[in-house]
Design a protein around this ligand. Structure first.
Ligand code: 4NP
Length: 145
């Protein structure tokens, strides 16, 4: 799960997807394309909305996406088209490129919708992002199992 800062959207996506799959059956992680928040816990508003729905993401820690992630993961979900492009810039070959998907295409195939960046908005933005990611992660989990 990859966004820009790895403190708002992608830690939520990581926690939500983990909650929908059998314990320890998949390696699920998140990262940011930027280095802004390396080592930071998720934004308190993401922690709060996750907690509201019974998911604890308070211990996650921000890290930056690296080329090694292409080797370590089978599927890489970008939260928005900007993240998608930034990840593709790091791809070494088609095998890397083919791993990268826009997460909302799991709900709205081929529409290339963005999960909006909630960082500069209010709590409602986080609720909205939660609902989008919950729907996307339900579809992802259904197809994986
Ligand atoms: P995220 O949100 O990409 O969903 O983690 C952001 C968090 C921080 C910043 C931008 C987006 N920032 O510019 O610091």
């Amino acid at each position: 799960m990859v966004c820009l800062g790895n403190i708002c959207r992608s830690p939520l996506a990581e926690g939500i997807l983990r909650s929908k799959l059998p314990y320890d059956s998949y390696v699920i992680d998140s990262a940011g394309t930027s280095s802004y928040h390396i080592g930071s816990n998720p934004d308190r508003r993401s922690i709060a909305v996750a907690k509201k729905y019974g998911i604890n993401i308070s211990n996650l820690m921000g890290r930056q996406f690296t080329v090694k992630d292409f080797d370590d993961f089978d599927i890489i979900y970008a939260m928005d088209t900007s993240n998608y492009r930034d990840i593709l810039h790091l791809a070494r070959h088609d095998e890397d490129k083919n791993k990268v998907k826009l997460i909302l295409n799991e709900v709205y195939p081929n529409q290339n919708y963005d999960v909006p960046d909630p960082y500069h908005g209010g709590e409602q933005g986080f609720e909205n992002v939660y609902k989008m990611l919950d729907e996307a992660c339900s579809n992802i989990a259904e197809h994986l199992e």
